[in-house]
Write a protein that binds this ligand. Sequence first.
Ligand code: ZN
Length: 139
Amino acid sequence: MGNTGESGIIPLHGPDVYRQRPPHAPQPWEKTDRAQAALEGATGPEPPAPPLCPNCGLVGDRCVTYYGWHVLLEPDLLVPAHRVPAWHRWYVDSDGTAWNSRADEPAPGAMCRVPHRITCPVLRLEEPGPLPPPLPHAG
Ligand SMILES: [Zn+2]
């Protein structure tokens, strides 16, 4: 009686191993949050990185947003909201969470924060363009 030594057992793959989401896979909502962060300028730096502007190195006032991204606000600067361009008006709630009022018109007399990137001495991407020419008046 010879034993060939070959095993007829075919190893089975564990059924669940390949179905689990890898631990650091993006969650379904992350893409939306990233788009919102980019739109509003909540582009970090993210902790544990220091709250420094990556362009000029100045320290900003880093606040977390309601969607978990961080925005670098200009420290100790409150300005009349109507003087800040839409999409750059930030408000910080009492718990320290910052939110962007987007294109909403500010309430009369409202004060808001501004992101560092529009005051950054190095970054010029947000430089406002010239005002549009006045509309011609008939008569
Ligand atoms: Zn800067």
